[in-house]
Design a protein around this ligand. Structure first.
Ligand SMILES: Cc1ncc(COP(=O)(O)O)c(C=O)c1O
Length: 410
C-alpha cells in the first residue's frame, strides 16, 4: 500500500472517530444539505429544514388571513427587539441591547455616527480597520464626511499606537473576512477605552462561530449580519448592539418613526424611544425577519463554547489534512495557526485560486474565492463534520494535481 493511501486511510479513520465523539454532530440533520461539502456558511449559511413551513405560515396565515392584525397578534411590531434578544446570548449580551433590522452597512452608518457623537467635542478622528470588508470603510468615510471627522486607516494590531486624544471612535472587525484572523476584542476594546474613545465592532464573521463577550468586555457598539453563521437566509436583516449604558445618549443619524417614543402619535417632533428600539429606522422587513427568527431555533440548547471547540478542532484537522495531501508550495495558509488568532474559516493562498475553486465547486466542495489568490473555506460547526474536512482537503489535492502550477485560467 502506498504511503499516500495509508495517510488517507489514517486521516479518514481519525475523522470517523472525531465525528462519532462530536456533541454537535446531530445538529446537521436540522439543515437542508446534499452529499457535497458545504464550506461557504461564512458567506451564506445553510437553510434549516423547518424554516420553509414557518415562512409559509407567515405568508398564508399571518399575512393572508390576519392581515393588518398581525402587527399585534403575530408580534410583527416587536419582532426587531424580540429577535435581537434571541441573538443576544450568542454574542454575550444581556437582553434589551440588540435590535434587528436593516443591512450591516446601514447599521455601520448608525453606529459610526453615533459613536462619534458619544465621544463628544474635540475628538476629530475615526480609526478604521485598514483591512476591513470594503463596505465598512466606504460607509465610515461617508459618515465621517457628514460629521466632520477624519478617517485614519489603521491595521488592527497598530490601533493601540494610533490612539490619542483626537480619537473619537474606532471601527474594527472581530474576524477578518479574507484571512480569517481573529482580532483581540478584549484587548483592543480596553485600549480604545483607555484613550477615551468609543469602539464599534463588526461581528459578521464571528457571531455564531465563537464567543464574543460583548457585555463582559464592555464593548460600546456592535453590528453584524445574520446570513452567515446565524443562517438567517439571503439578505436577512442585520443587527445593532448598543450597550445599555450608552442607550440614553445614543443619537441615531437615521431617526425614523419606528424609533420614536410614540410612533403612532404621528407627531411632527422627534422624541427617541428608550432602549434598543432607538436603533430602529422604518418598517421592518417582516418576511425576512421572521425567517431569521425561525432559523435561530437551531441554536436552542447549543453552548457557544462547544461551537468554538468544534470550530477550532475542525480547522486544525482541515489544515492537517491539507498539509498531508497537498504537495508543498501549492497553497499557503494565511489563517493564523494560533487558536487565539483564528476565526472559523481557513484561507489558503494559491496562485491558481480561480480555476481551483471552480473545479472544487464542480466536485461538490463549495468554498469561495477572494480575488486574486485566496481560497476561503468556512467551517460552520453546526453542520460541517470532520469527514467533510478530510474530503475537502483530499479533493483539493486532486484538483491541484489537475491544474498545473502557474495556470490561472485552466
Ligand atoms: C465584515 C463584513 N461587514 C459587512 C458585510 C456586508 O454587509 P451588508 O449586510 O450590508 O451587505 C459583510 C458581508 O459579507 C462582511 O463580511
Amino acid at each position: 500500500m502506498s504511503e499516500t493511501t495509508t495517510t488517507a486511510r489514517d486521516l479518514r479513520e481519525r475523522a470517523a472517530v472525531l465525528d462519532a465523539a462530536d456533541p454537535l454532530a446531530a445538529r446537521r440533520e436540522l439543515f437542508a444539505l446534499d452529499d457535497g461539502v458545504y464550506l461557504d456558511g461564512n458567506s451564506l449559511g445553510a437553510l434549516p429544514v423547518h424554516v420553509p413551513a414557518r415562512v409559509q405560515d407567515v405568508l398564508t396565515r399571518q399575512w393572508g388571513q390576519l392581515r393588518i392584525r398581525s402587527w399585534d397578534e403575530s408580534g410583527w411590531w416587536t419582532a426587531p427587539e424580540r429577535i435581537g434578544d434571541r441573538i443576544a446570548p450568542l454574542v454575550g449580551a444581556a437582553a434589551g441591547q440588540i435590535v434587528v433590522g436593516d443591512s450591516t452597512s446601514v447599521n455601520v452608518f448608525k453606529a459610526v455616527v453615533a459613536a462619534g457623537r458619544l465621544a463628544g467635542e474635540g475628538r476629530d478622528e475615526i480609526l478604521v480597520d485598514a483591512t476591513t470588508f470594503p463596505t465598512d470603510g466606504y460607509i465610515a468615510s461617508a459618515a465621517a464626511r457628514l460629521t466632520g471627522h477624519r478617517i485614519v486607516p489603521v491595521a488592527p494590531a497598530d490601533v493601540p499606537a494610533a490612539l490619542g486624544p483626537r480619537t473619537a471612535a474606532v471601527l474594527l472587525n472581530h474576524v477578518d473576512y479574507r484571512s480569517g484572523r481573529l482580532h483581540d476584542l478584549p484587548g483592543l476594546t480596553a485600549a480604545v477605552h483607555a484613550a477615551g474613545a468609543v469602539v464599534v465592532w463588526d461581528l459578521c464573521h464571528s457571531a455564531g462561530a465563537l464567543p464574543v463577550g460583548l457585555d463582559e468586555h464592555r464593548v460600546d457598539l456592535a453590528v453584524g449580519c445574520t446570513y452567515k453563521y446565524l443562517n438567517g437566509g439571503p439578505g436577512s436583516p442585520a443587527y445593532l448592539y448598543v450597550a445599555e449604558r450608552h442607550q440614553a445618549a445614543f443619537d441615531s443619524p437615521l431617526p425614523g418613526w419606528n424609533s420614536h417614543a410614540d410612533p403612532f402619535g404621528m407627531t411632527s417632533g422627534y422624541a427617541p424611544a428608550d432602549g434598543s428600539v432607538r436603533g430602529r429606522v422604518g418598517t421592518p422587513d417582516i418576511v425576512s425577519m421572521l425567517t431569521l427568527e425561525a432559523a435561530l431555533d437551531v441554536w436552542d440548547g447549543v453552548p457557544v463554547d462547544a461551537v468554538r471547540a468544534k470550530s477550532l478542532a475542525l480547522t486544525d484537522f482541515f489544515l492537517e489534512c491539507v498539509e498531508a495531501y497537498v504537495p508543498a508550495g501549492r497553497v499557503t495558509s494565511v489563517t493564523p495557526a494560533a487558536h487565539a488568532e483564528r476565526g472559523s474559516q481557513v484561507a489558503l493562498r494559491c496562485a491558481e485560486a480561480e480555476p481551483v475553486m471552480r473545479r472544487l465547486i464542480e466536485r461538490g466542495v463549495v468554498g469561495d474565492l477572494r480575488r486574486p489568490d485566496v481560497l476561503r473555506f468556512g467551517f460552520t460547526p453546526l453542520y460541517v463534520g470532520f469527514a467533510d474536512a478530510e474530503r475537502a482537503a483530499r479533493i483539493l489535492a486532486e484538483v491541484l494535481a489537475e491544474v498545473s502550477a502557474g495556470d490561472t485560467v485552466g
